[in-house]
Write a protein that binds this ligand. Sequence first.
Ligand code: SF4
Length: 369
Amino acid sequence: MERRLTGDFQSLRSGEAITALAARICEEAGPSLRIMEVCGGHTHVIMHYGLHQLLPDGISFLHGPGCPVCIMPKGRIDHAIALARQEGVILVTLGDMMRVPGSESSLILERAGGRDVRTVYSPLEVLKIAGANPEKRIVYFAIGFETTAPLTAALVDRVLKEERENIFFHVNHVLISPALHAIMADDHVKVQAFIAPGHVSVITGAGIYRSIAAQYEVPIVVSGFEPVDLLESVLMIVRQAAEGRREVEIQYDRAVDFEGNPKAQELMERYFVPRKSFSWRGIGSIPESGLRLKEEYARFDAEIVYEDVLPVGEPCEHPACLCGEVLRGKAEPLHCTLFGKGCTPDHPAGACMVSSEGACNAYYRFRQV
Ligand code: SF4
């Protein structure tokens, strides 16, 4: 079977390629197929290029939980705020976290109120901040999937090797595979195929999805991030469905293989272990879906060092916010009564409106009604 079309075209954004792929999908598609694109980056591309409008009526995209900002529960944001309020602490995190609402505040409001909250593009920038502020304690609020966890592990590695004493970690890294199991275990979620995230898979390898494809009998294709990548991935899924195959395939083979990056995996395993469970915003607790520092590194673990000042429990979400349903593919952003009124990118009520990878944010920017 001819599988690849991408090489036929010079550009992965070529209108000719997009039109040809959409036509083939329409020719070959069965009556119905609900495909969850797990990654928020994929959601953004789908909405930006209007790819959903090119598909036959029976094929729909469900937006998944692959945006690390969107799935961060309020309780963890409250931790970041409590840490930022500690005397002598500089709280450092990635930029997208700044506007995520906690129970009563956000990091950007804390900074406006005089707290020292800084953003970085790479965790290794924390070393520079710590070097310039030896009298301060630097707490790195680490977020992200397997894509960014190795970078945090690399920072832990440098802290140990350079015997840094003033850098601490609040670890909120999460794992994609347990989240997909949780989605498929929910009887109300009707996912029939997955477009798996490209960046995570560069690190983990596509092999992590084999158990999901086998257990739930769903086609899974790891996709790149250009419109031609995504449409080719849809076509690969359509063909799997037509042929009765339920396999893991890699469309994004210019970056992903089945084994992943062993050095990055080793770095993560050296410093992190899975938590018993981690609470995902709107989804709830998922066993072994989050990482924490190993016990031997407890002296750097802000959750232990600052245990006495960190709020306990998980606060309630805004009662009208449908983020949980959106992240599990049960609702579209437009179903939320707050969309575009009580919730906008400038004044987000829920986390899915904050990040450019959030489904609500993508709908607001590219499909506002
Ligand atoms: Fe939550 Fe806002 Fe999306 Fe509604 S529009 S689901 S409040 S993020």
